[in-house]
Ligand binder design. Sequence first.
Ligand code: PHB
Ligand code: FE
Length: 335
Amino acid sequence: MTSMLKKFEDAGVKIISHDVITGYSTFQLGKFTFSRDEYFAKITWEAKGQEFSHLMSADAFLRAVMRDVAWGFFYGWVNFDHVIGTQNHYGSVDLYAGTFNGVLKNAGVDYVENFETPLIMATFKAILHDWVSEGFDPFAAPEETGSAFGRKHGDNEAAIDRYRIATKRMPSLPGDSPLRDDLPVNRHFEDVVQDEPFIHCEPGFEGQLGGFNLFKYLSRSDVTWNPSVTSVCKESLFCPTTEEYILPIFHGNDRVEWFLQFSDEITWDIADKIDGSPIARVVMKPGDICAMPANIRHQGYSTKRSMLLVWENATPNLPEKYESGELSPYPIDFS
Ligand code: PHB
Ligand code: FE
């Protein structure tokens, strides 16, 4: 047992075995177990008195867990794929297998268990620390990272301990999070102008008026599919992000969110939030704006790295308002 895993065990994480050949540990969370081999993550659970299991490619699994950890389980549902996922109850989290898959649910072989947030968070962090080897960065685009496969070799703590950057005031204002000008411009954004705006403010307002080049900021992002909260105006959060390859999760909404496509193109697969049946395919081009309703799940694909603004509504009690029907799942009714 490494001293790193000992720290997680002290936080209540259950490690049930260790494979000396592959170097990976197996974790238990309630009635779920998580194990991995050189290619796959395997999740098991019990239903109808029997053990069921599900396999995911190790890279897809690690990218999904990384998002769940970094986003603190996010708004609503984080589906790792069509079987496994989490639902955030803001204080506790449901981990499920098949519950939001119409076929598995109807067959009665699904399983869901609720955990206090700190325990599931510590377990997911321990899995990341144990299962990510040197050179693999679960936040990076596949072209920009090493492999997630093979036996355990080294680790990549720097990559997995990098959490979502939140603004304190507004980027560019004194005391705010750094703009990370030290990061290189991404290979797909070499044409992005790097000028910063000139700020002229009335005497007496120095340090209160700011501005920055958001495109420059995004052109230097070293992560994909990881919105950073760049401005907070009451309950309105602007979360720009750069996207390449596939959003590692299907996000199931518990509120409406808006997408503004700043550059290039993203294709979105939209499916029913509850059973996963396909609903629509949306192709967003630069300048396009769309609302993701509160009753769907969505996953995006971006061939060339693109810039997207995710606009989130952090108003308290929104999930209950949609759940009860007080609010329509659609922001606008065209009928
Ligand atoms: C979303 O679920 O809305 C989402 C998450 C991460 C992104 C973009 C969109 O990078
Ligand atoms: Fe979403």
